[in-house]
Design a protein around this ligand. Sequence first.
Ligand SMILES: Cc1cc2nc3c(=O)[nH]c(=O)nc-3n(C[C@H](O)[C@H](O)[C@H](O)COP(=O)(O)O)c2cc1C
Length: 385
Amino acid sequence: MSTNKKNDLYKILLGQLLSQDEGIDAEILSNSALNAIKLASLNRNFPIISNILLKASSDFQRNNSRLNQIVFGSPFKNPLGLAAGFDKNGVGAGLWNYFGFGFAELGTITWHAQKGNPKPRLFRIAKEKAALNRMGFNNDGAEKFLKTLEKQQIPAPGNRPCVLGINLGKSKITTLDEAHTDYSLSLKLLAPLADYAVINVSSPNTPGLRSLQGTKQITKLIKTLKDVSNCPPLLVKIAPDLSNEAIDEIARVAKENGIDGIIAINTSLNRFHLKKLKIKTGNTLEQESGGLSGLPLQKRGLEVMKRLRKSTNNDLPLIGVGGISSARAAWERIAAGASLVQIYTAWIFEGPNLVPDILDGLTLQMEKHGFQNIKEVIGSEEPWK
Ligand SMILES: Cc1cc2nc3c(=O)[nH]c(=O)nc-3n(C[C@H](O)[C@H](O)[C@H](O)COP(=O)(O)O)c2cc1C
């Protein structure tokens, strides 16, 4: 079946559901997809399943050495990843390469298992290609996560078809003063499984979490986690709602303390031009709590990337995320300084074909600009042609 036909199929099957904010609850829909992915990942090495997967995935995967690069020591087949939050418990860890991703960020995982906030807590805003969520780090906890990955028999870091990052957060029951202990317990357990680990201090849905972006707090966190034996490359994920000066400061402190990269951006508390827009609850966006994701974040995501590029003096790997919905948006983020980019909300709305679309679009642009490898695009400031 051709790529376009597959995409049509996705749109026919899910288009009606995804194009309206009413109807099946967004979290139920997402969990149903994840359950299928979980089953496939567990059984992917059985000959019948592996044949089906190989056939089904051939349209999504791109084996193009011009997209290969090594970033913080890990070999990435391409620069496009699945952002944190979709596979919180790592149930699809063995499958993300079949969707064409060069990497996937699992989590957020906390030391203690937790249920997260009351439902409903995830809302589609289809017309704006956006979503609002206040999940609150619902996850199985670090110990169960370890077992989930072991069951899937994922190859060791460095040897995987798809690089796997593990995104760590603070358990709700742990005080902010003890946050460093909570993160380090998770890291000690999960370090052997991670190609890279992320300190998530930017989710808006855990009370006080974002205060850990402050100079004193982030310094303590980075120092504690760097001291964990076998600490993998360590990144920090920041919020879009920081002032530009605060971005400069966190970049300075992170660099000074040996961080290996920065991920920008998480969901936003800003409602941009959508303050008065009503969601399924009947309330306007400005009345609802939670983080906004998707297209409305694209402009801020690009601004933050440009700022980070300057404040890190171009010598720290950056991962761009937030509102990336096309090859052009991915190109602009990489040309502004991102070594890698991630998608979440647009992948849900556009379907799995978005991955090859973005990878093909990037390759074509590289040809137009005469670039041999994706590395040359990073920070080149070359415009989309
Ligand atoms: C439902 C949902 C859950 C998310 N959960 C997490 C999470 O657990 N940890 C995290 O770092 N980011 C989380 N994010 C944020 C995404 O990783 C990403 O930073 C953000 O959505 C912007 O990218 P996008 O516009 O492509 O969606 C979540 C986003 C959504 C929509």
